[in-house]
Design a protein. Structure first.
Length: 267
């Protein structure tokens, strides 16, 4: 198995009975047991749960009961996340804002990615007025595994400029970037308790506005180097998991829509 970041897993392929709850039992559930894993799997990881649209994903293999509906909330350190399937996920839908799933271009449509229409971005009260065509080719996906959101260079440059303008009173970090570090807009916020980060809003088709604050916006383990958690790319636009923290994200594949809601994790 090869993943989007070129990580690979080689091993045995088999099946077994998967039990999520006593009432949710799936016979002959197919899965891989990696013996030789290379790449960015992280430390202490026991495995990967496939939530894509491919035939072998957990979503597809449980479709007979859950109808390809699931939701999650990715938690911050002081909260508890969730992963819900079927009716338990659907019960949240009334409080969410939905955007349509769209077709990806060419062969990418077969990839199992979840393509959406990202139309623009706001920083603070400033709409960046990025043409939607910038995000449309080669497309925008929502991904729970990618950490940092990737934007086309034109969009990232506009976001970076607006963010630096809003953060003008805070000192930039003088720390050197490590090899392979994709984050280039970083601040030294040591000793500051009154830091006010500008709100960033992702505007999706259908009027679904996703508002990002605090940890949804910056990345770093040390206050002396907190970075804007976005990066530029010449490939797919990817909405990563840093920007999804504490949100309820609901995937209704047969209904061809994705919903977003705030404060989805419990304390």
């Amino acid at each position: 198995m090869t993943y989007g970041d070129d990580s690979t897993s080689v091993g045995n392929y088999g099946c077994d009975t998967m039990t999520l709850e006593p009432s949710d039992v799936f016979q002959k559930f197919q899965f891989g047991c990696g013996r030789n894993n290379k790449g960015d799997f992280g430390s202490g990881v026991d495995g990967m749960l496939g939530l894509g649209q491919g035939q072998l994903s957990t979503v597809s293999q449980t479709a007979s009961k859950f109808n390809k509906v699931f939701s999650y909330c990715l938690p911050e350190e002081d909260s508890i996340g969730s992963l819900l399937f079927g009716e338990k996920a659907t019960s949240q839908s009334s409080s969410l804002k939905f955007t349509s799933l769209v077709n990806g271009p060419g062969t990418l449509q077969e990839s199992g990615y979840y393509f959406v229409n990202l139309s623009d971005i706001s920083v603070g009260n400033e709409r960046l007025n990025i043409p939607s065509s910038v995000f449309a080719s080669p497309g925008t996906i929502i991904d729970s595994r990618t950490v940092i959101t990737r934007l086309p260079q034109r969009a990232y440059s506009a976001l970076k400029a607006a963010f630096k303008k809003a953060m003008a009173k805070y000192p930039l970090s003088n720390g050197r970037r490590k090899k392979g570090d994709i984050l280039d807009t970083c601040y030294n916020l040591s000793g500051r308790k009154d830091v006010l980060l500008p709100e960033i809003v992702l505007h999706f088709g259908g009027g679904a506005d996703v508002r990002l604050n605090g940890t949804n916006i910056v990345w770093g383990s040390d206050a002396s180097r907190l970075c804007l958690a976005f990066a530029g790319t010449s490939e797919l636009t990817i909405i990563g998991n840093r920007q999804q923290l504490s949100l309820t994200v609901l995937y209704d594949i047969q209904g061809r829509r994705i919903g977003f809601g705030g404060n989805g994790c419990s304390k």
